[in-house]
Structure formats: structure tokens, C-alpha cells
Design a protein around this ligand. Structure first.
Ligand code: AMP
Ligand code: ZN
Length: 490
């Protein structure tokens, strides 16, 4: 199965061709662990999870690396402002190390609840300081750095391709840039590779380096750790769109300057989740977390379902009304799938009683055994998936499939299971029926079938007659768009 992705670097949709035939190497910028992730951050991680699942679905093995930014980084992308970890430490009375550990655990608790597959490698910045120092040394040896005000800077003028990801031109970047706090900077967009105590002498996390005791600049960690685990050129790098103009731009400059090679082949960015103030932010006091949604009665998968309802490259407006409608819709879907499971069980027990109908009763129907009609749904799903992960369209294919009474329940289940390996909505965990309700005797099943046929011919008096017969046998029936639902009266 071919996949086509929008590559931010090329500003176009391209066929995805990995460097190695069967393993995809992918890096995603991870959390800054000075606070809980907000649901905007989680939208990006859900997108990255769908991407990873899609690659696996297409047959690739994935090596997925994600950093944990536990070295504090500044409240401003441009090396200014307060250190976020220190700020959190001061506000909560906990040490920076305690804060980092606490919020790293909280982050994985959130992503687990959202059914996000954990990265193959999650690497902490604090455990890779030597790797970062090596990268800065390499840049220094190649003439890309200078020191001023106690810090080591990357000189963007030495890297003519600077700004290519965001379509910025080096010549434009000097003009109009505001005056930086560090007057020693050669270009206002130069960024710090290594801070020393001469600048922030109250920093608690510090390490020895050839330039003095200090700590790395934020952008260095992603370049250093990704190359350590994925090699100097790898397939995919992701993050939110906010990272395009500064963080990813700087990552590219320092990585490619150090190696002289292209660093990443495909850049994929998730658009923002917006709240009613326009932009979600952790610094605005109370912010939207997964726990808050849970407190308000939503399941984590309601939020995942809500996110899948929009394309990852479209902005998504969050409101509790919109989440409520996603919750209802997901519940409706799960109920329908529970009915299909019951129908499949019935078909199975029917075929055990009467082995004539092979496909209906086949317990583990494979995708190779499905009908042409069912195959059509699978093809549609795959084609929307392959065209830049169009989850809203994939979901609408799933809905159509679920409602199609011409597709057998066992086939539906095989397809739903297959599709869910990408959607990650735990669709096969739809409420199973009680054991004693699952099995209906052959005669009752035949009556249900006969009643369905009577209804099709509009012979409602026969249909009602059968309903009464079933009721006397203790079986209640309900007509649904996907067929007859039944339940044994207690
Ligand atoms: P951070 O922890 O701030 O470094 O952000 C973690 C990830 O969330 C990054 O990939 C950001 O680009 C992304 N992100 C930040 N804010 C939002 C938002 N409102 N909507 C979607 N993604 C976001
Ligand atoms: Zn990064």
C-alpha cells in the first residue's frame, strides 16, 4: 500500500518512500515536562499516533523516537524569558527534578489513556548532555558557532539555507527583527547552543562543558538525540505547526551544518487546536487537560474520536458542545458495533446448528475471504488513509460499513478490526453481550429472519404476530437501521 503525505518542506503532497525498504525512522518532538500536557498538545500526539499506526498498517516496522524536554527551556523560543522548569519549581515548591519526573509520568498516563502507542525510544534530555556537547563541538569545529555574553551561539549567516522549512529568506530575517537582549548577537535570529552560568546563574540543572558550566539550548536536544538513535538522515520528523518557524528551523540548521547532509526527508506538522480565546496555552492559568475532560464526564477516547473528526492539517476549534456531540456519536458507533458482534455470534451459533452457511459462521473471517461489497469499503478506507491520512473520510467509510445491511456481520467485524488498527478507538471492545444472551435457539433465529422478510414485503400483521411469538418465548426485539436487535427478557 502506497502512502502520500504533505511534506512541509516541499509544500506539497508526495509519495512516501522510506530510506530503508521495511523500516521507517521517525522522530516526534516530545513534551516539555514542567506542567500537564494540554489537549492541544495531545491533538498533535494523537496525529503522530495515527501516522505511526498507518505506517505499520502499510507494512513498515517503525523506529519512533521522542524526546522528553526535562532540561528547562525558556518561556520564549528566542532564548529570552524565564526558564519554564524553574518557574514551575518556584511556583510549586518542588525541585526541578521532581517536577520533571512527575509530569513525565503524567504525560504517559495521558497518552496511554488516549490509546497512543508509546515511542520505541523516549529519551530524556538530561540523560544525553554529552551527546549534545558533542554536537556543539562539531558545529564549533566546522565554524558555525561563536561565543558572546557567556553563551555559545549558532550563526545562521553561515548556513545559507537557513529558513527553508518556513520559506523564510536569510536576507529578510535581519530586517525588522526586534532588538535582542543579547547585544553581542551577530544576527538577531542566531540561537543559543549552550548557556553558561554567566547568563542564568540561578539555574539548578547544570553540567560541565568546554565552554563553562551550564546547560544546552532547547533546539540542540532534538538534533542530538534524533541523530543518536536514528542516524544522520532519517525519514520523518513531526510536531505542531508552531515549531516550523523557530524550533524546527533551528534544528535543521544545526543538524545539517554539523553533518553536511540532508537531515530529514519528510516534515509533517499538525495544525493547532484552538479554544474560544483563539490559542491554547499553558501559561494562561487553568488550561484544558485530559483530566479536566474526564472530570466533566468524557472518556479519553471521546477526545480521540473528536480529533479524528478533523483532518490533521486543519485547525480544530474545541468546545464542550463539539466534544459532547463526538461523545454521542462514538457511543452510537460502539452500540452499533455491539449489535454487529451479537449478530455475528448469532450467525455463528446458527451455523453450528446448521453448518450449511459457511461464511456467516466463520469465527475468524480473514480479509481475503470478504465479499466484493465489503472489499469496496476496505478499498475506500485505504485510499482515504493513503492520501495524507484523511481520518474524517476514513470514519465516514466506517459509518457506512456499519450501517450496510448487505454486508455480513462477520465481514463487518473483520473490517472494523482492521480499520481500528489505524483509528485506535478500541472498537472491538464494544460492550460484549452477556453469555446467556448470546445464544438464540435455531427456531427463534428462523422467526427473526422470517419477520425481517415479512417487514420487507410490508406484511406487518405477520411481523407483529412473530413479535408476539418471540415475546412469549422471552425474546424482545427492536428494529434498527442495521437490522433486528434482540434481547432476552430477564
Ligand atoms: P510543548 O510541550 O509545548 O513543546 O508542545 C508539545 C507538542 O504540542 C508540540 O509538537 C507542539 O507543536 C504541539 N502543540 C502546542 N500547542 C498546540 C495546540 N494548541 N494544538 C496542537 N498542537 C499543539
Ligand atoms: Zn524538537
Amino acid at each position: 500500500m502506497k502512502l502520500f503525505f504533505y511534506n512541509t518542506m516541499k509544500k506539497d503532497i508526495q509519495e512516501f518512500i522510506p530510506i530503508s525498504e521495511d523500516e521507517v525512522r521517525m522522530y516526534t518532538c516530545g513534551p516539555t515536562v514542567y506542567n500537564y500536557a494540554h489537549i492541544g498538545n495531545l491533538r498533535t500526539y494523537i496525529f503522530e499516533d495515527v501516522l505511526r499506526r498507518s505506517l505499520e498498517y502499510a507494512g513498515y516496522t517503525i523506529k519512533h523516537v521522542m524526546n522528553i524536554t526535562d532540561v528547562g527551556h525558556l518561556t520564549d523560543d528566542n532564548d529570552e524569558g524565564e526558564d519554564k522548569m524553574l518557574k514551575s519549581s518556584r511556583e510549586t515548591g518542588r525541585t526541578v527534578w521532581e517536577i520533571a519526573r512527575f509530569y513525565t509520568d503524567a504525560f504517559f498516563h495521558d497518552t496511554d489513556r488516549l490509546n497512543i502507542i508509546r515511542p520505541t525510544v523516549s529519551c530524556k534530555a538530561t540523560e544525553h548532555i554529552d551527546t549534545m556537547i558533542d554536537l556543539v563541538k562539531r558545529l564549533e569545529n566546522r565554524g558555525y558557532t561563536y561565543q558572546t555574553g557567556g553563551n555559545v551561539y549558532f550563526s545562521i549567516d553561515e548556513f545559507p539555507e537557513y529558513g527553508k522549512l518556513a520559506g523564510q529568506k536569510l536576507s529578510d530575517l535581519k530586517e525588522g527583527a526586534r532588538i535582542d537582549i543579547d547585544a553581542g548577537k551577530k544576527n538577531p535570529k542566531d540561537f543559543v547552543l549552550w548557556f553558561t552560568e554567566s547568563k542564568f546563574n540561578n539555574h539548578i540543572m547544570e553540567w560541565d562543558s568546554p565552554w563553562g558550566k551550564g546547560y544546552p539550548g532547547w533546539h540542540v536536544e532534538c538534533s542530538a538525540m534524533s541523530m543518536k538513535y536514528l542516524g544522520e538522515t532519517f525519514d520523518i520528523h513531526c510536531g505542531g505547526t508552531d515549531h516550523i518557524p523557530v524550533h524546527h528551523t533551528n534544528e535543521i540548521a544545526q543538524s545539517e551544518a554539523a553533518t553536511g547532509k540532508r537531515w530529514v526527508n519528510y516534515w509533517m506538522h499538525a495544525e493547532f487546536l484552538l479554544d474560544d480565546t483563539g490559542k491554547m496555552s499553558k501559561s494562561k492559568g487553568e488550561f484544558l487537560t485530559l483530566d479536566l475532560l474526564i472530570k466533566k464526564g468524557f472518556a479519553p477516547l471521546d477526545y480521540r474520536f473528536f480529533c479524528l473528526g478533523a483532518h490533521y492539517r486543519a485547525q480544530l476549534h474545541f468546545s464542550f458542545e463539539a466534544l459532547e456531540s463526538a461523545r454521542k456519536s462514538r457511543r452510537n458507533l460502539m452500540e452499533k458495533i455491539a449489535v454487529i458482534q451479537r449478530e455475528a455470534d448469532n450467525a455463528r451459533s446458527e451455523s453450528q446448528n446448521n453448518s450449511a452457511n459457511e461464511n456467516q459462521g466463520n469465527e475468524n473471517l480473514g480479509l481475503e475471504d470478504i465479499s466484493v461489497k465489503a472489499r469496496g469499503y476496505l478499498d475506500d478506507f485505504r485510499s482515504f488513509l493513503s492520501r495524507d491520512l484523511n481520518m474524517p473520510r476514513c470514519l465516514s467509510v466506517l459509518w457506512k460499513l456499519v450501517k450496510d445491511s448487505d454486508v455480513m456481520p462477520q465481514e463487518k467485524l473483520a473490517l472494523i478490526k482492521d480499520m481500528d488498527s489505524v483509528l485506535g478507538l478500541k472498537l472491538m471492545e464494544a460492550a460484549p453481550q452477556e453469555e446467556e444472551e448470546v445464544v438464540l435457539d435455531k427456531e427463534s433465529l428462523a422467526l427473526i429472519k422470517e419477520r425481517e422478510e415479512a417487514r420487507k414485503r410490508k406484511d406487518y400483521s405477520r411481523a407483529d404476530q412473530i413479535r408476539d411469538i418471540l415475546l412469549k418465548k422471552g425474546i424482545e426485539i427492536k428494529d434498527t437501521p442495521s437490522g433486528t436487535d434482540w434481547r432476552k427478557k430477564l
